[in-house]
Design a protein around this ligand. Structure first.
Ligand SMILES: [Zn+2]
Ligand SMILES: [Zn+2]
Length: 334
């Protein structure tokens, strides 16, 4: 059965076929200033809808939900627990919130869903025979713990002036620029780490755990082997070298922790009040990685490294053919 919502043809029963993925214009040559401005400030774009939320959340987190720096000079259970339980609460709010809305309430059924099946499989490849419980366990025990460990050590290092500390008063311009470019760094870092995780040995022993999720849902996002968590959150280490402020590190690690929920949503659009489909940014990009494996290693392609290194899949038949050809060649070469 199919229906039409706001000009979109929607199949209520099967997966949704979204428009082909286009590459953001930031790194295209020749530079096209109008397109860049539209991408930066338009919807969907660089800031909207996702990064602006992470930036606002980082500000709230630093000013209201982080112990003061002096108290973090020495490790103690009190302030470490504040950070751990704050992260855990955000995790349940964001991952649990999306899951609840799309897969428990089923608020928009399968409309705008990429998945063929619901990402709530019962299968013996999952712990407890249940995809969601398996994913939650790895996210909470490994994901939240390693996220918090990186954050705690970094805050402690800032508190003790062991790493370069950027003051707002000395360089407000650099302060703002750094804050605004962190999503770019995150995307490029994820591409590199993810590409490494697809090296045969690491894939087999580490990353295959994440790829147990063929049909994806929010809790698939941080369902990783702890070694993958270690690599995945390691981007925060850049703040040990580059002049920055704790607020930059918080934005960096918090967005890294929360992004996978939306990245693995399994839906392209948020159907608001049964009328207006609201785009959620480039959700198809990583879905295709789970479907075809050897493509789209970046987070959402903000920095088009997949395009530069030949692994970009835009969702077209041509991209499918290229992937299959590459697979064949790899098998012959092996
Ligand atoms: Zn994934
Ligand atoms: Zn992968």
């Amino acid at each position: 059965m199919s229906s039409e919502i706001d000009g979109y043809k929607v199949n209520d029963e099967t997966e949704w076929s979204p428009a082909l993925i286009t590459t953001p214009p930031l790194f295209s040559w020749p530079l096209r200033p109008f397109l860049i401005l539209k991408y930066l400030f338009g919807y969907p774009g660089y800031f909207l809808p996702r990064n602006i939320c992470y930036m606002a959340l980082a500000l709230v987190t630093w000013f209201f939900l982080t112990p003061n720096l002096e108290s973090m000079e020495t490790f103690n259970v009190e302030w470490v627990s504040v950070i751990y339980f704050r992260n855990l609460a955000f995790m349940f709010l964001v991952f649990g919130g999306w899951h609840f809305r799309f897969y428990i309430l089923k608020a928009q059924g399968k409309r705008f869903s990429f998945n063929k099946r619901s990402p709530q499989a019962k299968h013996r490849r999952f712990l407890f025979g249940d995809q969601v419980y398996d994913n939650m366990l790895y996210s909470v025990l490994g994901g939240c713990t390693i996220w918090t460990t990186y954050e705690v050590i970094t805050m402690w290092a800032f508190a003790n002036n062991l790493i370069p500390f950027l003051d707002w008063d000395t360089s407000p311009i650099w302060f703002i620029i750094l804050f605004l470019v962190i999503p770019l760094f995150r995307d490029a870092h994820f591409y590199v780490v993810h590409r490494i995780l697809h090296i045969r040995f690491l894939y087999k022993h580490v990353h295959a755990l994440h790829h147990k999720n063929v049909d994806i849902g929010p809790w698939s996002g941080l369902a990783m082997h702890p070694f993958e968590h270690l690599l995945y959150f390691s981007g925060i280490l850049v703040h040990w070298l580059v002049l920055s402020h704790p607020i930059h590190a918080i934005l960096h690690v918090q967005a890294t922790g929360l992004t996978p929920a939306l990245g693995h949503l399994g839906f392209d659009k948020y159907l608001f009040a049964e009328k207006k489909p609201l785009t959620l940014g480039q959700r198809y990009f990583h879905y295709l990685h789970h479907k075809y494996f050897e493509c789209n290693y970046g987070g959402d392609g903000t920095v088009p490294m997949d395009k530069w290194f030949g692994s970009f899949h835009d969702g077209s038949e041509e991209s499918n053919k290229l992937i299959l050809e590459r697979r064949k060649k790899a098998r012959i070469g092996a």
